[in-house]
Design a protein around this ligand. Structure first.
Ligand SMILES: NC(=O)c1ccc[n+]([C@@H]2O[C@H](COP(=O)([O-])OP(=O)(O)OC[C@H]3O[C@@H](n4cnc5c(N)ncnc54)[C@H](O)[C@@H]3O)[C@@H](O)[C@H]2O)c1
Length: 346
């Protein structure tokens, strides 16, 4: 086994937001790698219990990262590695609930960092940051880590950046070994569709129901979709490699996919009769193209995106079909809401 995978055997690890789309896959992987205990702290505000791996070495705690009593309880279990994934997700959600966004994404990470530093045991704190949040509305493609914007179009982008600032502060002030990992549009098994979820699970959901797929704005707009298992692999590497400490780096596939092309592929692979409709653009969605360079992550932690985009799409459709009954019950859409609300910019 590679060193970074073998490293997790026998460890006690905390994953905040470990029931979520990326977190459930990380939880499963760490459980398989022989962790002593994987503690999942999640309030299930955007996740489903059926999606949390039911394994002997996984301890699920239904709780809020903002609540100090819950954090006390979790840190009494003595985790030595923390993956902080809990967040109010994502852009549109933060426009609808800006105070909740600040509470969860701001106070939530501050308190988790405080408990991590106070415990004196945490050897690594890996934060799930967001590329789009750091680079704001502008930026030269491919986006590289030296670019940064102070012009954001949603509260989510502001508070995800705030998380990085707090991480850097805790390294400087308390010597907490933090890593800022910047994700770009994750996709893959584990993400349940919903009003505030990403475009891929939502397009698949509507396609499987033969309902229209609504593109918000420009069908030629592009996104750099990243396979969720590549992100999980990068998180494992980030929790291990010393070179990652104090760094911030992009994690993306490094390939642009047009939203219109994505919609056509989903319809084709889901064997659907859905129409593709162009809806109106949302004011906050200012990015017509997104492409990031992961060269820094390749150099520091050996990150190498693996999956063929289309193959990943087919696997994601197969996963949704396999869990269709649960997904139909769990998909969180307000009455009348369609795929027009899908979030394409995380
Ligand atoms: N998915 C993406 O494309 C993407 C892109 C960039 C960054 N990120 C970041 O990666 C992380 C994981 O993303 P995801 O796609 O798995 O999102 P997700 O919403 O599926 O996961 C977040 C989890 O946090 C939980 N949570 C929310 N508020 C909480 C609270 N107060 N206390 C405890 N748990 C709480 C939710 O129930 C959910 O399980 C997030 O921090 C997100 O901002 C994701």
């Amino acid at each position: 086994m590679d060193d970074y995978r073998a490293y997790y055997k026998g460890k006690t690890i905390l994953i905040t937001g470990g029931a979520g789309a990326i977190g459930c896959n990380l939880t499963r992987e760490l459980s398989k790698l022989g962790a002593e205990k994987v503690i999942v702290l999640d309030d299930l505000s955007s996740a489903e219990l059926w999606n949390v791996p039911n394994e002997k070495n996984v301890q699920f705690i239904h709780g809020n990262v903002v609540d100090q009593n819950e954090l006390k309880r979790v840190f009494n279990l003595k985790p030595t590695i923390v993956f902080h994934l809990a967040a109010l997700f994502a852009n549109q959600n933060s426009l609808d609930y800006p105070e909740k966004d600040l509470e969860v994404n701001g106070l939530g990470i501050l308190r988790t960092l405080q408990f991590s530093a106070m415990s004196g045991r945490v050897e690594r704190f890996v934060y799930a940051s967001s590329g789009c949040s750091i680079y704001g509305c502008h930026g030269k493609l491919p986006l590289t880590e030296d670019q940064m914007s102070l012009h954001h179009t949603t509260p989510y982008q502001i508070t995800k950046m705030l998380g990085e600032l707090y991480c850097n502060f805790f390294l400087h002030q308390y010597g907490l070994p933090i890593v800022n990992t910047r994700f770009f549009n994750s996709y893959g098994p584990g993400e349940v569709p919903g009003q505030y979820r990403n475009v891929i699970p939502n397009f698949i959901y509507w396609a499987l129901m033969n309902k229209p797929l609504v593109i918000t704005g420009n069908p030629h707009a592009t996104r750099d979709f990243t396979w969720v298992f590549d992100l999980v692999d990068a998180l494992l590497r980030s929790g291990y490699h010393k070179e990652a400490i104090g760094e911030a780096y992009n994690l993306s596939r490094g390939e642009e996919v047009e939203i219109g092309t994505l919609a056509e592929k989903v319809v084709k692979y889901a064997d659907s009769k859905s129409e593709i409709i162009i809806g109106s653009k949302r004011k906050w969605d200012t990015k017509d193209r997104l492409l990031a360079s992961s060269e820094k992550a390749s150099r520091l932690i050996g990150f190498k995106p693996s999956a063929d985009f289309d193959e990943g799409l087919k696997i994601t459709i197969a996963w949704m079909k396999e869990h269709w009954e649960d997904i139909k019950l769990s998909a969180r859409f307000a009455p009348g809401v369609s795929s027009a609300n899908a979030d394409v910019t995380q």
